[in-house]
Ligand binder design. Structure first.
Ligand SMILES: Cc1cc2nc3c(=O)[nH]c(=O)nc-3n(C[C@H](O)[C@H](O)[C@H](O)COP(=O)(O)O)c2cc1C
Length: 164
């Protein structure tokens, strides 16, 4: 199985979870891990701020992987204002048809309601991809600081998707 883990992380929680997915998935076949980054972080602060409300304005650095090459995509973000962080909104909007991929959306939140709203946004945005299935995994930022908690939710999600 070929998997791709893509994430954005501001303060490291989502990155830790992404790493956990990667550690497990590497043992199941080819797996790539990629952090989504701003291409103009320092150059245009106003645009950077506005992108929180208008994700199209976020300047996403080139992603060197083609989502259509993978059986499983794990896409992760912090919940910000009831949406994924802007770079992840921008990335998922750019995806085309993915009829043979399963998708795990993983997120870190401060307020559970925000995580629910974010997942609704992701579901709506990814509907056009026609993927084989989309599941949500979320964990609050304070629980995400504990390795065992992260391991548990990550393993459960993969078991669900891989049918183990
Ligand atoms: C700019 C900003 C906005 C945030 N907005 C929300 C929010 O609306 N809802 C929520 O549940 N958490 C919110 N949070 C909390 C993040 O979800 C939480 O800090 C998470 O752990 C960040 O993940 P990271 O460490 O990977 O950056 C916000 C955090 C930041 C920095």
């Amino acid at each position: 199985m070929k998997s791709l883990i893509l994430y954005y992380s501001h303060s490291g929680n989502t990155a830790r979870m992404a790493q956990k997915f990667w550690n497990i998935l590497k043992s199941k076949g080819e797996s790539n891990l990629h952090e989504l980054r701003y291409s103009d972080r320092k150059r245009n602060r106003i645009r950077h701020l506005l992108a929180r409300f208008i994700p199209a304005l976020a300047s996403l650095e080139n992603v060197p992987y083609e989502a259509t090459d993978y059986d499983l995509l794990c896409i992760g973000a912090p919940a910000w204002g009831g949406r994924p962080a802007p770079l992840v909104c921008k990335y998922i909007k750019s995806l085309g048809n993915l009829p043979s991929a399963r998708i795990i959306y993983f997120q870190i939140y401060g307020i559970k309601k925000s995580a629910k709203q974010s997942f609704s946004y992701v579901e709506k945005t990814l509907r056009h991809t026609g993927s084989k299935g989309l599941i949500n995994v979320d964990i609050s930022w304070n629980k995400a600081r504990n390795e065992d908690n992260v391991e548990k939710v990550t393993t459960e999600a993969l078991n669900k998707v891989l049918g183990e």
